[in-house]
Design a protein around this ligand. Structure first.
Ligand code: DGL
Length: 286
């Protein structure tokens, strides 16, 4: 009995991996950065491509879809899951953590690392909000993320006197998921123009959707070189590395091996993901 339970535990530990979730391909920007930062770790990437984009959906719909994917990733032995999706982080994470998540599982979002960097705070610094160097921030995100005001809420816990102007970038995720980069570039320029009409001189710009780093150069060019563009991938990787140091039981102990699953058509998603990452990636059906 004792011996058997030992065998069960070790075989589960061997298969454990950190889950990286997005509605579609955008979370691959985060996956790439976490693989670079944590080459000894195993990851399971899940894209809910069948239901992307999330950014035009209602919060209750985003919650339902996100928990379905989380449950699917538990089957892959992911006790720790990163929502590499701002839309799910903004619209569903709080409810997931407060109302739904069992105690032995962890789900983290991608907003907080970014806000900590912007406000120059370390993890766990719960001191009262204070003034920071940056006063004018442009936030580019999906319509649902903008509507949630989650970014402003998290920022208000840490900083005072920061003016945030949001631009909901309608159509951009669809263009990226469809591989239509010409349309995506045109949309970035028109969304930056729209933002600048509301806030002519932002000091910093947040790419608040994990799809957008693919177009980071276009954002930077349209915004001008004086605007500091923050994108999440590397910040999330640093933050995950810190988190795993504090929670070594959630680290994978097996030889690193990454798996990719999708609710969409695996052949199409594999092709787009390979273009996106500029290396071959093979998805299987979720
Ligand atoms: N990449 C996601 C995000 O960070 C999702 C975009 C979408 O599905 O609309 O918001």
């Amino acid at each position: 009995m004792g011996l058997n339970s030992k065998v069960d535990i070790s075989s589960k530990v061997l298969a454990m991996a950190v889950g990286i979730f997005d509605s579609g391909l955008g979370g691959l920007t985060v996956l790439d950065a976490v693989i670079k930062k944590l080459p000894e770790e195993s990851f399971v990437y899940m894209g809910d491509n069948l239901h992307a984009p999330y950014g035009v959906r209602e919060p209750s719909d985003i919650f339902d879809l996100t928990i379905k994917s989380i449950e699917r990733m538990w089957d892959e032995n992911c006790d720790l899951i990163i929502l590499a999706c701002n839309t799910a982080s903004a619209a569903a994470l709080k409810r997931i953590q407060e109302e739904w998540l069992p105690k032995n599982k962890r789900v983290l979002g991608v907003f907080v690392p970014l806000i900590e960097r912007l406000t120059k705070r370390n993890w766990g610094d719960n001191s009262p909000p204070r003034e920071v160097d940056i006063q004018n921030v442009a936030l580019f995100a999906t319509p649902s993320t903008v509507a949630s005001r989650a970014f402003q809420r998290e920022l208000a816990f840490r900083a005072i006197g920061v003016d945030v102007e949001s631009q909901a970038c309608g159509g951009l995720v669809d263009a990226i998921e469809d591989g239509d980069i010409i349309l995506a570039e045109a949309l970035v320029r028109s969304h930056v123009d729209a933002l600048k009409r509301k806030m002519p001189k932002p000091q910093a710009a947040i790419l608040g959707c994990t799809h957008y780093p693919l177009l980071e150069e276009v954002f930077q060019d349209a915004l001008g070189k004086n605007v500091q563009v923050y994108s999440q991938a590397n910040l999330v990787a640093e933050s995950l590395s810190d988190y795993l140091k504090r929670h070594p039981d959630l680290s994978s102990t097996n030889k690193p091996k990454n798996r990719f699953i999708t609710t969409g058509d695996p052949a199409i998603v594999s092709m787009r993901a390979s273009q996106f990452l500029k290396r071959s990636v093979e998805f299987t059906s979720a």
